[in-house]
Design a protein around this ligand. Structure first.
Ligand code: M6R
Length: 365
């Protein structure tokens, strides 16, 4: 049941510290601060390329993981929508690994993408929440997200546990390939272990999420989400969540793309949610923020206390996240975009758990 929560979505958002903790329990060893993955049937040193595939929110998780595999393990990564990949049928290299990401493990396009990659002799890793699913059965190795059953159509805890598993996997690949040191591995594992507590902090600002939803987002016809680096897919995820359950038109953009077109949309009526953790790209995002401000955009800033100190005075609203290691930040910053969408849907009175036209599992193309 929903326990004392009004919707499954809210219950599942609140389960995230616990289920991320459970997931970490299987993939990291807190005593040695190392990652511990199941045995893989290939050597990371012989991997020529990773192809990641998924649909919807799972595709955005793949986009975040691309940065991790590239930065931590120095591996080339392609990210593919299941529905495009399966018909484009691109050549795949020898020694390639295909990572499929799916909560249900039953998404038709992701399954077809996996079958194609398998026929192309790729090793298949499945990051799934349902271990006895079709995608899991096709895989050489199943990396189980321990999110527990997800009922809400809008995915929340599956998303953040997928991110957690993939960051652990990128660290394992980096260690095997010698692209990160033992000290760096220990730092990243420590940051992962700290994550559930930081997510708890990020959730404990209900009045603020509600205030921004009621006062800024629910009135809007269009909302833009901006981010750079790993915050770019978080922006895409935020826009998808808002569309799915509040029916407000929303788009996620790479912050640097604003001046190539979308800035023409900006006026006093368009809220712009800027996902700006305190990372090496903060200054770049800050200058995009100022460009939007100069056109009268209504800025909602997601950052930590340093970022809020800098850009807060120019924002209509701010959400101060706890300070966090930039590598892990996309997982933490997924929480506020979930809660903003949730409270906006509440303000609009939509059917949060069962949004119109959508199914939990898309088993037909
Ligand atoms: O079960 P899957 O993870 O394969 O589902 C993929 C998408 O259908 C799913 O992420 C969808 O976009 C969600 N409703 C997002 O909240």
């Amino acid at each position: 049941g929903k326990g004392n929560h009004r919707h499954f979505m809210l219950k599942e958002i609140h389960e995230q510290p616990a289920v991320i903790g459970d997931t970490l329990h299987s993939y990291v060893d807190p005593a040695t601060r190392t990652v511990a993955l199941p045995a893989l049937p290939f050597d990371w040193n012989k991997v020529s390329r990773i192809t990641m595939t998924g649909c919807g929110g799972a595709y955005y998780v793949c986009m975040v993981a691309k940065y991790w595999f590239e930065q931590i393990a120095r591996l080339p990564v392609e990210v593919e929508l299941g529905s495009e990949f399966r018909y484009r049928a691109p050549p795949l290299p020898e020694g390639g690994v295909c990572i499929a990401v799916s909560q249900s493990g039953e998404t038709a396009d992701t399954l077809a993408a996996v079958r194609y990659a398998k026929a192309q002799m790729q090793h298949i890793l499945a990051v799934v929440n349902v271990p006895e699913s079709a995608i899991a059965r096709e895989a050489n190795v199943v990396l189980h997200t321990l999110a527990g059953p997800e009922i809400s159509v809008c995915s929340t805890k599956a998303t953040t546990t997928q991110q957690t598993v993939l960051l652990a996997t990128a660290i394992a690949a980096g260690r095997a390939r010698g692209t990160i040191s033992a000290a760096e591995e220990a730092r990243l594992v420590a940051a992962l272990i700290e994550l559930p507590a930081l997510i708890n902090e990020a959730m404990n600002m209900e009045a603020q999420y509600r205030g921004i939803a009621d006062g800024v987002l629910a009135e809007a016809r269009d909302v833009l989400y901006l981010g750079r680096g790993t915050s770019y897919p978080v922006a895409l995820e935020g826009a998808l969540k808002l569309k799915e359950i509040s029916y407000i038109h929303a788009e996620g953009y790479a912050a640097g793309e604003m001046k190539h077109g979308p800035i023409a949309l900006i006026d006093e009526l368009v809220p712009v949610v800027v996902v700006a953790p305190n990372d090496s790209l903060f200054d770049k995002t800050a200058s995009n923020f100022e460009q939007v401000k100069a056109r009268g955009g209504k800025l909602v800033l997601l950052s930590d206390s340093d970022g809020v100190k800098r850009l807060g005075p120019q924002s209509v609203a701010t959400l101060t996240m706890p300070a966090i290691d930039p590598v892990v930040a996309p997982i933490l910053y997924t929480i506020p975009v979930q809660l903003l969408a949730y409270y906006t849907a509440i303000a609009k009175g939509t059917d949060v758990d069962q949004p119109r036209n959508l199914a939990k599992s898309v088993t037909v193309e």
